[in-house]
Design a protein around this ligand. Structure first.
Ligand code: NDP
Length: 246
């Protein structure tokens, strides 16, 4: 992927971090955003530099804010000398049963996950249309496909992202742009590690693969969707869940 230029939102931790490192290793130049944890962002830049692949730059930018998204896309183009695709990964969860859910639990998750996806898709799509090529990969979740108690807000955003992907794929396919989603199941990120051992064992029993996925296993699929090998995949949702939703 030498010479290709990508932006990953929320690239300082978890799946986003693994995606940044995977793309850099493949020779791409990568920019990533984060919201607050500068130490984690610096670690990713240092880790990426060790790989000896493409260039890496980070931007502090809140995905919820459209003006910041617009500015970030411009800054990324300047820093990398162009933009071939975006990975819309920044996301949060505020899990609670609906009966206990506060209004701001709903608003915060909608703002980051759904509005954030709109912000970066909107801010980048016109440039991709002008250059008649581009890739948009949205990191959704199996929670957008199957119901998981405690995730009414999160599921609404993840299902919403899939609706956005299918619609946008129809709008921009004719310009040589592909728009796809990945839908990971349980992935071994901080959230998984914080779960009690007994809960992890219970969850593993529900996954045909018998284990959570790794961030790298999700990153590999994202990298494939950004690569020339995936040129005819458009409007698709690739589930990466070890068989959980099957
Ligand atoms: P993490 O919590 O490990 O990392 C989230 C990343 O997003 C961080 O870099 C964080 O930056 C950034 N971020 C969060 N909010 C914002 C914001 N408003 N603006 C900019 N950056 C932001 O997340 P995961 O790797 O677990 O999840 C990544 C994506 O994958 C999410 O969309 C999630 O819904 C999806 N997913 C995750 C699964 C899992 O099991 N982990 C399963 C299925 C889907 P900072 O640290 O600075 O706040």
């Amino acid at each position: 992927m030498q010479g290709q230029k990508f932006l990953v939102t929320g690239g300082s931790r978890g799946i986003g971090r693994a995606t940044v490192l995977s793309l850099v290793e493949a020779g791409a130049d990568v920019a990533f955003t984060y919201r607050s944890n500068q130490e984690a962002a610096e670690e990713v830049v240092a880790e990426a530099a060790k790989l000896g692949g493409g260039k890496v730059v980070s931007f502090l930018a809140d995905a919820e804010d459209y003006a910041q998204a617009k500015q970030t896309i411009e800054s990324v183009k300047e820093a990398l000398g162009g933009l071939d695709g975006v990975v819309l990964n920044a996301g949060i969860n505020r899990d609670k049963l609906l009966v206990m859910m506060a209004e701001n639990d709903w608003d915060d998750v909608i703002s980051t996950n759904l509005k954030g996806t709109f912000n970066y898709a909107r801010a980048s799509v016109y440039g991709l249309i002008q250059q008649r090529s581009g890739r948009i990969v949205v990191v959704s979740s199996v929670s957008g496909l199957i119901g998981t108690p405690g995730q009414v807000n999160y599921s609404a955003t993840k299902a919403g992202q899939i609706g956005m992907v299918r619609t946008l794929a129809n709008e921009v396919g004719k310009f040589g742009i592909t728009v796809n989603a990945v839908a990971p199941g349980y992935i071994k990120t901080d959230m998984w590690d914080e779960m009690k051992e007994a809960t992890r064992e219970k969850v593993n029993l529900t996954i045909p693969a018998g284990r959570p996925g790794t961030p790298e296993e999700v990153a590999n699929t994202i990298r494939f969707l950004l690569s020339p090998d995936a040129s005819y995949i458009n409007g698709s949702v690739i589930v990466i869940d070890g068989g959980l939703s099957a």
